[in-house]
Design a binder for this molecule. Structure first.
Ligand code: UD1
Length: 342
């Protein structure tokens, strides 16, 4: 008999994974983290414990190693899988495409093969707005917007993984699968116990800003000021990581209540576009300090402007984002300061 509460969370020590594990425990689920800390740190487990009051269950596993992963399926009886574990740096994927294809595709295949073998029916996949590429025409994308060619091998892995999931569904699988297309996840847990832990120099905007403000980096470079946007800088849909974690819970509960096999795809964003300059100004307001920054050339592969139409998430799983960009930046800044004090 399956324990309905047991959920495998691959990459559960990562940024989005750790916040989702907290929300799963808060809702009475038993998440089992598998991770090998290649892009995270063991101390995140202490951070989770500080929030929920219990040690999370964790197995040190490389998801691309099927034997290791299988041992976890033998140990626990899962009713579902949330599959986060993957590489996610756009620039690195251009430099190391084989590493990205091997890791991101193998991880998914192992999860789906083991789900089939162990009859695990619910599957949530971490996809990304990167699957849309550079949107043609309107910058607000719905799940039906045409996918353009991916801008990077990273984006291509997400498109391919969605394709694999769709093909598995069409083959007559009994599984219920949900692709969550994240826009730009930012922020940290409001307690400051967990947050984003970039290894080395951050690629993403918000950790770059908070590390610059904390004095670890000299100056932020804004990549390009000649885009066809309100202020010339790129526009994104930044979503608070706790809102995103809650979308996983809502999505998972929705899947678990389905009586038939199904595959769906949902945008997970706020519906609001914010420019890089607006982010800098919000940071300066929220932190009450000025940031060292300058304009630089465009970054290869950057999309000019994209944000989510979120109506499907609202209609299908009853989810929408509650937190503002100010909340997200304040929480990211609180986290940056707190972890420097440790
Ligand atoms: C991209 C992908 C996203 C993916 C994420 C993973 C797109 C549209 N988005 O996010 O799906 O999950 O990578 O890492 O493909 N910026 C600066 N200076 C910096 C850093 C960033 O100006 O030092 C600007 C970028 O040019 C961009 C914005 O800040 O306009 C956000 O950048 P970033 O945080 O790296 O995320 P995306 O590239 O949007």
């Amino acid at each position: 008999m399956k324990d309905n509460r047991n959920i495998l969370v691959t990459g559960g020590a990562g940024f989005i994974g750790s916040h989702t594990v907290v929300e799963l425990i808060n809702k009475g689920f038993n998440p089992v983290i598998v991770d090998d800390f290649r892009n995270s740190e063991a101390k995140v487990l202490k951070g989770i414990k500080a929030i929920v009051g219990q040690d999370p269950i964790m197995r040190f596993v490389d998801v691309t190693n099927k034997e290791q992963l299988k041992a976890v399926f033998e140990e626990f009886s899962f009713s579902g899988i949330i599959h986060f574990a993957a590489y996610k740096a756009v620039g690195e994927s251009v430099a190391k495409p084989l590493v990205y294809y091997r890791n991101n595709i193998d991880g998914l295949l192992n999860c789906l093969e083991l789900a089939e073998e162990f009859k695990v029916l619910n599957f949530v996949f971490s996809s990304s707005c990167t699957v849309y590429g550079e949107p043609k025409g309107t910058k607000i994308v719905t799940e039906l917007s045409e996918m353009q060619e991916a801008n990077s091998p990273y984006g291509a892995t997400k498109q391919m993984c969605e394709r694999i999931i769709s093909d598995v569904h069409k083959s007559g699988s009994k599984m219920r699968m949900l692709n969550l297309r994240y826009f730009n996840p930012v922020g940290a847990h409001p307690t400051g116990n967990i947050g984003e832990l970039p290894i080395g120099r951050p690629n993403n905007l918000i950790p770059y800003i908070t590390q610059t403000a904390a004095g670890l980096l000299n100056e932020l470079t804004v990549y390009g000021n000649d885009y066809n946007t309100n202020d010339g800088t790129c526009v994104r849909d930044y979503i608070h990581v706790v809102d995103l974690a809650e979308a996983h819970i809502k999505g998972y509960e929705w899947l678990n209540n389905l009586s038939e096999p199904r595959t769906e795809t949902i945008n997970v964003g706020t519906g609001n576009g914010t420019s890089v300059l607006e982010i800098i100004h919000t940071f300066e307001k929220v932190s009450n300090q000025s940031l060292n920054w300058k304009f630089g050339p465009r970054r290869d592969g950057d999309v000019e402007e994209i944000f989510a139409d979120t109506s499907k998430a609202q209609e299908l799983i009853g989810w929408n984002a509650d937190r503002t960009i100010e909340d997200a930046i304040a929480d990211a800044w609180n986290w940056e300061k707190k972890r420097r004090d440790e």
